[in-house]
Design a protein around this ligand. Sequence first.
Ligand SMILES: *[C@@H]1O[C@H](CO)[C@@H](O)[C@H](O)[C@H]1NC(C)=O
Ligand SMILES: *[C@@H]1O[C@H](CO)[C@@H](O)[C@H](O)[C@H]1NC(C)=O
Ligand SMILES: *[C@@H]1O[C@H](CO)[C@@H](O)[C@H](O)[C@H]1NC(C)=O
Length: 402
Amino acid sequence: MMMIKNKCISVSYSDLNFVIIVVEAAAVLLSLCVVPISAAAAKQELKLRFGRNGEFKILQVADMHYADGKTTPCQDVLPSQVHGCSDLNTTAFLHRMISAEKPHLIVFTGDNIYGFDATDAAKSLNTAFAPAIASNIPWVAVLGNHDQESTLSREGIMKHIVTLKNSLSQVNPLGADVIDGFGNYDLEIGGVKGTGFENKSVLNLYFLDSGDYSTVPSIPGYGWIKPSQQFWFERSSAKHRREYMSKPEAQKGPAPGLAYFHIPLPEFASFDSTNFTGVRQEGISSASVNSGFFTTMVAAGDVKAVFTGHDHINDFCGELTGIQLCYAGGFGYHAYGKAGWKRRARVVEATLEKTEKGSWGAVKSIKTWKRLDDGHLTAVDGQVLWSKKSSGNRRKKQIRVA
Ligand SMILES: *[C@@H]1O[C@H](CO)[C@@H](O)[C@H](O)[C@H]1NC(C)=O
Ligand SMILES: *[C@@H]1O[C@H](CO)[C@@H](O)[C@H](O)[C@H]1NC(C)=O
Ligand SMILES: *[C@@H]1O[C@H](CO)[C@@H](O)[C@H](O)[C@H]1NC(C)=O
C-alpha cells in the first residue's frame, strides 16, 4: 500500500483526469489513493473563493462589439442620441456597472470586438477590456463569431486575452490535447476561508468556445459545441463531482455549475412569454443543427444555468429540464440593438448556506437580475435561478433587487 501511495503522489495534476479513468477501470486499491491527491491538487488551484459575507457575484457582459473607440459610431440609438455616441459609451457603461455591482468576477461572453470595424484587434481588445483591467477584478472572456474578423485569428485573439492583466482566461484546458476551438476552460470557486469548505470548489464555472460559422459545406449557419469539447466538459464535471462528494465535508450531490458561451443552444427556442422572464424580440440564432450539448449538461447533472449573448435584443431566462437558459441582452453601442431599448448587462449572485455550527457551507441559492444603461442603472427582472432545497422548481419567483 505504501509503495502504491508513493506512486500516486508522483502523478501530476494535468494527467489526473486520464489517470483516474485508467485507474477506475483497473483497481479499486489504486483509486482509493487517487482521490485524496485529487483533492490536494484542487487546494492549490483555488484562485477565486466566496467572501466572508457568503456571496459571489458575477457580471456578464455580452456583445460589446468594440471597434476603434471614439471614432466608432453607435448603432440603433434614437436619432437624438446619435450625436456624440461612440464605443466610449460602451466603456462608460462598463465602468458604471463595475462600480455599481462590485462583482467578484467579470465574464465577457464573446463578440468582445467587432472585428470588421476594428483596425487593430489587439488594440481594440485592450481598450474594450480596459475598465475590467483597471478595476483589479478578475475577469475572463470567451469568443463570439465576430472577434476574429480583424487582424488576429481566433487562436490569436485567445492567446492575446490570456496575457492581459487579471485575466483568468485560458486558451484551452490542461490535459486536453485534442479539443476544438479556443477558450474552453473551467474555474473553481472555493468556499469561505477558515471553514470546512475552504479547499472545496462550491461553484464551478465552465467556459466554452461555441465557434463562429459552420465549416461543413452541407450545414449552413453558425458554429456549435463539438464532441471534443463536450467530452472535456463531461470529464471536468465528473472530476468536480468526485472532489465535492469526498471528504472533508463530503456532499451528497454535485456542486452547482454555470456555463458561459456565446451562441445560444437550439433549446433556447423552447419558451414563450408564459415561461420565461425577460423579452424575446428576435429569433434564436443558434446553429442549424443540435450538437447535443444541452443533453450532455442535463446528463452531467451539475450545470444549473447557461448564459449566452449573440442575440442582442433577447434578454430572457427560461428553465428547461432543470437548467436555466439565459441571455444577457446586448451591452455594446456599436452593435445592432433596438433604438430606445436600453443596453444592459446580467448579474448573477450565488449565496452560501449557514452550517449548523454557524459557519459558511455549500451554495444555497443563485439569483440573477439585469441592469440597464440609464441614469440609475435600473435593476430589472430579478429572479431566483436555482436554490438548493427546491432545485427544479418551475415557479417564477420574483425577488427584490437593489
Ligand atoms: C454617450 O456618451 C455621451 C458622453 O458622455 C453622452 O452625452 C450620451 O448621452 C451617451 N449616449 C447614450 C446613447 O447613452
Ligand atoms: C485546507 O488546506 C490547507 C493547506 O493544505 C490546510 O492547512 C487546511 O487544514 C485545509 N482545510 C480543511 C478544512 O481541510
Ligand atoms: C412554454 O409554454 C408553451 C405554451 O405556452 C409550451 O409550448 C412550451 O413547451 C413551454 N416550454 C417549457 C420549457 O415549459
